[in-house]
Design a protein around this ligand. Structure first.
Ligand SMILES: [Zn+2]
Length: 362
């Protein structure tokens, strides 16, 4: 990972946090971690004897959440409530994969569809002000799941990987707790209150965007964990497992532009532009994520990765661009005017009318 990404610090050998964490992963006693998780589950089950459910897994129709639901149900023998906070522009694959997950795993699923006008307005504001439209998706997901846990008295929520640990980020953690998820790199303790207005975003429209009040959460004592702390996290292996246990299908037309993976983030149409915006801000192209993941898990050499990155990184994820514009009611001109505000001129140079990274990967 380039150290232009916030939180990434290269060591004297030029290794980033995420690469150093691969060494830690290799030295971890995963059998012990699994037993720790099973023990935690036993403790939880003692509290939930009179409940319908033992834990919540947030699902989207993606490979990782399918893996999480399977793991908690089949390996940990937990009664899982799957919760889907609907991503608004779902793909055909996303819908089918979610349906297959529900049928094949046999889990109850609770779906919350957010009021479209509020969701759209907040996403647009978040794009214009932060260059990060999906901040809204993450906020409603984390807060919404806490709401449901609190409302149904379900004492455990299970998330996938700790992105700061897996991909390098601001927080370095020593345990599997996800209780600080609202401070994680996708939220950073920011809230949506700055965008309140009297029309589209009144406070009463934003129930799902805020956790229950802290005093109530403290009383309720929700345990929140990253499954990636207890199980070696590898998106590709999760994909294979999701295929095996829940008929998970990759993207029919193959990887999107600037991407090498046909099974990652394929459940909805709005996130790819959000990911692409990181390329403008941090020089972190989508292809780098996929290549790094393969390197960390021994499926690609750095030389092969550099070739892939050079070949693909300047591609634009055009496939869902029109959907993105239509959803946020933006023209192309308006989109580019906002996007260019976030281009980091410390790392980008315009030569012969084309933007290129000033320090290309070698
Ligand atoms: Zn690295």
């Amino acid at each position: 990972m380039p150290d232009t990404k916030p939180g990434v610090i290269l060591d004297e050998n030029g290794l980033c946090n995420a690469c150093r964490n691969v060494t830690r992963k290799k030295a971890t006693d995963w059998e012990k971690r699994k037993n720790d998780l099973l023990e935690l589950c036993e403790t939880i089950k003692k509290k939930t004897k009179d409940n319908q459910y033992d834990c919540i897994v947030a699902v989207s129709g993606g490979k990782d959440s399918t893996f999480q639901a399977w793991y908690m149900k089949e390996i940990c023998k937990m009664r899982v409530l799957a919760v889907c906070i609907v991503p608004h522009l779902r793909t055909r694959e996303g819908i089918e994969n979610l349906n297959n997950m529900i049928t094949e795993l046999g889990v109850d699923t609770l779906t919350i569809t957010l009021k479209p006008s509020t969701y759209r307005y907040l996403r647009k504001k978040s794009f214009e002000d932060l260059g990060e439209p999906n901040f809204i998706e993450h906020t409603s997901l984390f807060a919404g799941v806490s709401r449901i846990a609190h409302n149904y008295k379900i004492p455990l929520t299970v998330w996938g990987e700790d992105i700061s640990f897996e991909f390098g980020g601001r927080l370095e953690k020593k345990d599997g707790s996800a209780e600080d998820i609202m401070s994680s790199d996708v939220i950073k303790d920011r809230t949506i209150t700055r965008w309140y207005n009297d029309d589209t975003v009144k406070k009463e429209y934003t129930y799902w965007y805020h956790r229950p009040p802290s005093a109530e959460m403290d009383k309720f004592k929700l345990t929140s964990i990253y499954l990636g702390y207890y199980v070696w996290w590898d998106g590709y292996k999760n994909y294979l497992k999701a295929k095996e246990v829940a008929k998970f299908q990759p993207r029919a037309k193959g990887p999107l532009s600037a991407n090498i993976l046909d099974y990652d983030n394929i459940d909805e149409k709005l996130c790819e532009i959000n990911i692409w915006l990181k390329f403008l801000k941090f020089g972190l192209g989508r292809v780098i994520d996929g290549c790094c993941y393969h390197i960390w898990n021994g499926r690609m050499t750095r030389e092969e990765a550099v070739k892939k990155v050079k070949a693909l990184q300047y591609e634009f994820p055009i496939e869902h661009f029109q959907d993105f514009l239509d959803f946020h009611q933006l023209t192309q001109e308006e989109f580019w005017a906002v996007a260019e505000k976030f281009r980091n001129l410390d790392i980008w140079t315009k030569t012969d009318g084309r933007w290129r990274l000033t320090y290309p990967i070698e």
